[in-house]
Structures are given as structure tokens and as C-alpha cells.
Design a protein around this ligand. Sequence first.
Ligand code: NAD
Ligand code: ZN
Length: 344
Amino acid sequence: MKAFQIVAPRETSLRDVPVPSPGPSDVLVEVAAAGVCHSDLHLAHARALPYELPLTLGHELAGRVVAVGDAVTDRTVGEQVVVYLCWGCGECRACLGGAENYCLAHHDDSVPGPGMGRHGGMADYAVVPARHAVPLGDLDPVAAAPLADAALTPYHAVDRARPHLGEGSTALVIGVGGLGNLAVQILAATTGARVLAVDTDRSRLELAATHGAHEALVSSEDTAADVAELTAGLGVDVVLDFVGAQATLDLAAAAVTTGGRISISGLAAGRLPLLAGPPPYGLPWGVSVVKPYAGSRADLEAVLDLAHAGAIQVPVEVHALPDAAAVLERLEAGLVQGRAVLVP
Ligand code: NAD
Ligand code: ZN
């Protein structure tokens, strides 16, 4: 079969590899689609990786179960599934409490998952632990594959900020690409917040406006002033930053209101000024800062419920798996609208 792999740091290749065999507790999934995430770009560009190589990329995958291991009783051949992202140990305090995304067995690293330490979905087939293959019902697996991260991660970020997102509140979403677009949809569908969207790219902002953003701001040096004006000088209750660059963290710090919350999902390696400058020493008083990772299994179930209800929908661009390298370049160049998915 074909698999798009990182073969060495900063080197990817579409390779012929054997179809893998499921172990006793696994299922074999015939991949219908794999989403392409900005995190794949971070991995493909990394000078060093904590993973064994070669590694098949693709942490957002959906498809059909075509074989099950001997010990598997709760998945059947023919079922359409989406794959839960965080393959925690299943035994630690976090996993037993339902937070496999914060598995303590992996506290010094990301929790393993498809395309992240284990072979992923940018291939014809993928082996998946049966307990992480979640039934899709009648959702189209091509459109549903990105729910596994592009919707799960913003759902988790929004859900943890929910106490700040009642009627009359304002949320600022920075970076409305793959994840940020879904954040806008999830805020609109599940909270009372007014949603301000910020991006450097006008077309992403137009798409976000059709998905529920009340205000769309092209980022510039005036954005913080624009946010202040739109909030009567108060600032926003919640900032969801899906970029994490210096410019966006500076905006987050300038835009958040007293007692508000900054949630940083983007991984662009900026620094948030927590205690910088003269009194009141950086961030407003009472602000909480969180660095959420992916989401829990329950968050994925909630995302699937929203998708089944038609309350969220991933805007997808469909490409063929052999074009994976070109699609990564397209993502890097800022040309992808919504989420790109690769179809074998
Ligand atoms: P994407 O490329 O689809 O979207 C990024 C968006 O940010 C684009 O619309 C881009 O125009 C915009 N942008 C870039 N620089 C900007 C700036 N300075 N100001 C405003 N907007 C700007 O990426 P994605 O797949 O949505 O991923 C977003 C980030 O989230 C990446 O860093 C990714 O690695 C990270 N991520 C984190 C988690 C997690 O669990 N924490 C999970 C998945 C992805
Ligand atoms: Zn664990």
C-alpha cells in the first residue's frame, strides 16, 4: 500500500509499505480520508523528532473497519469509524478520569496517537486500537475525518472556557484556519458569546463570517484597538489563539479583560508576557492562561453529536493521497480553505 511518511527529520516521502496486520486488540481501517493539520507541517519541518522513523503521518482519519483482532468484541467489519486522537495508557489517574489527552504516562511528551508516534492515516490502511475506533454512524467519512482534531481540539478549548462564555460575553478567535473555523462554529452553536475573528487572510475571515463570526478583523497593528472599540473598552472574556506566534500572543494579552481567560492552542512558539512591565505587571488581574491539548473521548462524542445535528460542518478540500507533499506546501502557503483531506 502507499503511505506518506516522515522518513528522516525534514524529509517526507510517499512509500510502498506492506498492509499492516491488526494485533489482538486492534482493528484494521481502510482509510476513507485523512485530514492535513498545521501540526503535520510542524512535524515535517522539525529538526528532531521524539518518534521512531519512518512514521506515517495523518492524525485525523476516518474509514471502514475491514478486519478485527481476535480479542475485539465491540467493533465489526464494515463499520465506519473515526479515530480518537489520544492513545493514552488507559491506566493512569488522568486516563481513568476520562482525560486521555492529558495521560500522565506521557507527561514529558505528547500522548501518542496516529501520525504522532504511531503510524497514521495518510495511507491506504491503518491499524488502530479497537477502543479508539469510534462509530461514525451515517456521517460521510471524508467530511468527518477532520472532526478528529480540527473540531475536537477547539471543542475542548471552548468547553474548558465555558464558564466565561455566557450571554453577553465576547470571545476572540485568532487564526481562523482549520481549527479556528471550527472554533467559531462551536462557539456559535454551544455558547452565548459574541464571536470576533482575527486572521491575516481575508478569505478565511469571509468563511468564518459565514460560519457564525459576528465581527471579522484583518490583523494589523490596530487590531487590539479595534477589539477595545468593539467591546466598549472592556476587552474580551476569552481569547482562543490558534496561532501562538509572538504577534498573536501580544494581541491576546492586550485584548483579554480582567478575570478573563487566554487559551493557547497554536504552537508557533511565541512568548506570552505574564508579568512584564509596570503595574499591573503584564496581564490584567485574574486572567487564567491555559494550554489545552486535543480533547477527551467525551469531547469527541460531543463533537460527533454536533456534526450529526448539523450544527457544525468541516469545510473540506479533497485531494488525492499521492499529492500529500503538494498539499502540505499548499497549507504552508496559506492557500487551503477550511481543511484539506487526502483520499487514498
Ligand atoms: P491552519 O494553517 O489551517 O490555520 C492557521 C490560521 O492562522 C490561518 O488561517 C492563518 O492565516 C492564520 N494566521 C497565521 N498567522 C497569523 C497571525 N499572525 N495573525 C492572525 N492569523 C494568523 O492551521 P491549523 O491546522 O488550524 O492549526 C493551527 C495551530 O494549532 C497550529 O499551530 C497547530 O500545530 C496547532 N494545533 C494544536 C493542537 C493542540 O492540541 N494544541 C491540535 C492541533 C493543531
Ligand atoms: Zn494514561
